[in-house]
Design a protein around this ligand. Structure first.
Ligand code: ADP
Length: 402
């Protein structure tokens, strides 16, 4: 029987996973699951895992009393045990990980070894809220199963093709040399979209495209011939568009103000800008677009939060179109981009000067093409970062075993 590969996407208290056929050809996962509440707390809130098969039916649902500080380890032991029991006889060929930061040296996925772990550890200060959670499970699996190949896939890698100017800040060279650069994130999503464009419109795949990845985290990327030439996220995943709970681009002087006038510590400012701003901060209600859409007709703050979200997207797309020198197509993806027809329509209305003409019926129907003929085309296309990782794994593992 063919082997399987497991893709992990680890957060601070959660662990998402998908199980694929290891040959990388499968378009959908065999299983997908989510471990939640892994941090443990004084109230003894149990951790929970739910696993669904490829058709979406729940095949496993379990809660357990997590040992504080060991939640991810317990989750991984359960995942490996469940995989062995469920996929009897099928070997696990490897585990692939979404790792937020690959720094400037990693422009491609890499097989995990000691040297790579040392290098990725050094990048923790560049992504302190994400990188440690991505590296933790890799370390645990190395301890539990030292011979199992693991592949790290970086959210920054796809953007290393950007021109030098697109990656630079206007800072003295010593800081640039230290790695204070615009890295860009959501690279696995952009790579997946760039790779799927040809199946929708072969000419567009070779053209100038802006992709708007609008989820809880949101960014946009300019693609030329399928390569990233500019993106809205910069040194961190805080920059660029307004997001669910992150502020996006902000005048750095606001940070001095919060420290000096509001008496906040740098750590408090960081936590605040990541978790209390964006749609949540402006609406005072929720970071969830579905909740805001429902509230907007009667709640002016919810309405304004959506309006600002759209306004910021339109402004940033204008900047990316300038970097591209024109626009052939616009793609919406991720939770909001794929599902919220109203956001797509509002963004396209703001881009009328570029000649993008909404096809309202196609947009309401979910696309994929949501624009009328003439002018740059617009699309709603689902992304699949886990499948992108699974494909990378089969390429990396294939290359190392043949
Ligand atoms: P993450 O960055 O956490 O992966 P997602 O890509 O899942 O986020 O996107 C989450 C966002 O997508 C939320 O704001 C959610 O409200 C929104 N969303 C999901 N489904 C819909 C829908 N049917 N209509 C409008 N918004 C949706």
């Amino acid at each position: 029987m063919s082997a399987v590969s497991i893709v992990l996407n680890a957060g601070s208290s959660s662990l998402k996973f998908q199980v694929f056929d290891a040959d990388g050809r499968a378009g959908t996962a065999l299983f997908r699951g989510l471990f939640e509440k892994l941090s443990g707390d004084a109230a003894g809130t149990p951790a929970r895992v739910r696993i669904r098969d490829g058709a979406g039916a729940t095949v496993h649902d379990e809660s357990w009393a997590v040992t504080p500080g060991h939640g991810h380890e317990e989750a991984l032991e359960r995942l490996l045990g469940w995989t062995r029991a469920t996929l009897q006889g099928r070997r696990v060929a490897g585990i692939g990980h979404r790792v937020v930061h690959g720094g400037r040296d990693h422009a491609a996925p890499a097989l995990v070894d000691d040297a790579l772990m040392d290098a990725l550890e050094k990048l923790v200060p560049l992504a302190p809220l994400h990188q440690p959670h991505n590296l933790g499970p890799i370390r645990i699996i190395r301890r539990l199963l030292p011979d199992l190949p693991q592949v790290a896939c970086f959210d920054t890698a796809f953007h290393r093709s950007q021109p030098e100017l697109a990656q630079m800040f206007a800072l003295p060279r010593a800081l640039t040399a230290q790695g204070v650069l615009r890295y860009g994130f959501h690279g696995l999503s952009y790579e997946f979209i760039a790779g799927s464009l040809a199946s929708y419109d072969p000419a567009l795949a070779r053209g100038r495209v802006v992709v708007a990845h609008l989820g809880n985290g949101a960014s946009a990327c300019a693609l030329e011939e399928g390569r990233s030439v500019a993106s809205t996220m910069g040194f961190s995943a805080l920059d660029g568009l307004m997001m669910g709970t992150r502020c996006g681009a902000i005048d750095p002087a606001v940070i001095f103000h919060l420290i000096r006038e509001e008496g906040m510590t740098p750590a408090a400012v960081e936590a605040f800008l990541y978790s209390q701003c964006g749609l949540l901060g402006v609406s005072g209600l929720s970071n969830d677009m579905r909740v805001l859409r429902e509230a907007a007709p009667t709640d002016p703050d919810a309405r304004q939060a959506i309006d600002l979200f759209v306004y910021r997207i339109v402004r940033e797309i204008g900047s990316l179109v300038a970097a591209l020198g024109g626009l052939d197509g616009l793609v919406f993806t991720a939770g909001i981009g794929e599902n919220d027809a109203a956001t797509r329509a509002e963004v396209i209305a703001g881009l009328a000067h570029l000649g993008v003409a909404l096809d309202a019926d196609a947009n309401a129907a979910g696309g994929p093409r949501i624009s009328r003929a003439g002018g740059p085309s617009a699309w709603a296309i689902p992304t699949d970062e886990e499948l992108a990782i699974a494909r990378h794994m089969s390429a990396v593992l294939g290359a190392t075993t043949h």
